[in-house]
Design a protein around this ligand. Structure first.
Ligand code: 9D3
Length: 255
């Protein structure tokens, strides 16, 4: 069964073209995933179709109201029998990692909520208990681009989406070094062997596959040590899986 991804947003029209392009587009053309975009505004009840209001306490900006978002989630969840993993894209969320992406790629159904404005009324977050995910420590104007980032990262891992089986496994962050830690990739070269006085490392043209393998691992380790020593530190923490998932999530092995 294809992964179903529902996205709740105030700007569905902005997401469609990206989802129809490149790997996400190919994934849906090939039947590995289906995308369903929903405008939260469609669940408003007033004639002005209001989705936000001024915050109590007098901070600046606007807050996304509970009712339209809650009704949207309930209605969209009812469009399919399978349980959803509810995800709120939020600057306060867990930082998205390849491990989390791999976890999400195993699920039957994802429901992504892309907020706009200063944030979402805390009570609807408490009620829905979504997993909250951030894509990094910088300020964007909304959760739509983060939702697209998440979709791109997840769907390329689905069976049959990438050309050859190894493409996903060879990535930076997917390559495992000592003790299964993830390493950066090493350098790559193609023809010509000489360019602007720079030559391709001899080992790569030696035909000695074992030497190439060792050299490559060496380069990956050196580069990771130099550029991202944090990746080599004692275990990148294990995934807190069940506590962050929606209550309607599928059953897990854990009690
Ligand atoms: C800096 C104070 N804020 C706004 C003036 C808080 C704030 C609210 C809402 C900051 C950004 C946003 C909109 N961003 C997202 O919804 C978001 C996001 C992000 O900004 N960075 C990284 N990941 C994400 S996931 C969702």
């Amino acid at each position: 069964m294809a992964l179903r991804i529902d996205i709740l947003t105030l700007f569905p029209e902005a997401l469609g073209p990206t989802l129809d392009t490149s790997i996400p587009g190919r994934a849906s053309d090939g039947g590995a995933v289906s995308y369903h975009l929903h405008n939260i505004r469609d669940w408003t009840r007033d004639k002005h179709r209001t989705v936000d209001d001024r915050p109590f306490g007098g901070e600046p900006g606007m807050v996304m109201m509970c009712q339209p978002l809650h009704d949207a989630v309930m209605a969209v969840e009812g469009l399919d029998d399978r349980p959803t993993c509810r995800i709120l894209m939020s600057p306060q969320g867990e930082r998205l990692s390849q491990r989390r992406v791999e976890d999400l790629a195993t699920r039957p159904r994802l429901l992504l909520i892309a907020g706009h404005y200063e944030g979402v009324d805390e009570r609807v977050i408490e009620e829905l208990q979504p997993m909250e995910l951030s894509i990094g420590d910088y300020v964007l104007s909304g959760g739509e681009i983060p939702a697209l980032v998440l979709v791109d990262a997840v769907v390329r891992l689905l069976p049959g989406v990438l050309g050859h089986k190894d493409s996903a496994g060879a990535d930076s962050f997917a390559a495992a070094g000592p003790e299964g830690r993830r390493l950066l990739e090493g350098p790559h070269y193609t023809r010509p062997r000489q360019w602007h006085g720079r030559t391709v490392p001899d080992v790569l043209v030696s035909g000695d596959h074992e030497a190439v393998r060792q050299w490559r691992m060496r380069m990956m380790l050196d580069r990771t040590r130099q550029r991202r020593p944090d990746l080599l530190e004692a275990d990148a923490q294990p995934l807190p899986r069940t506590p962050l998932t929606a209550t309607t999530d599928e059953p897990t092995d854990e009690p």
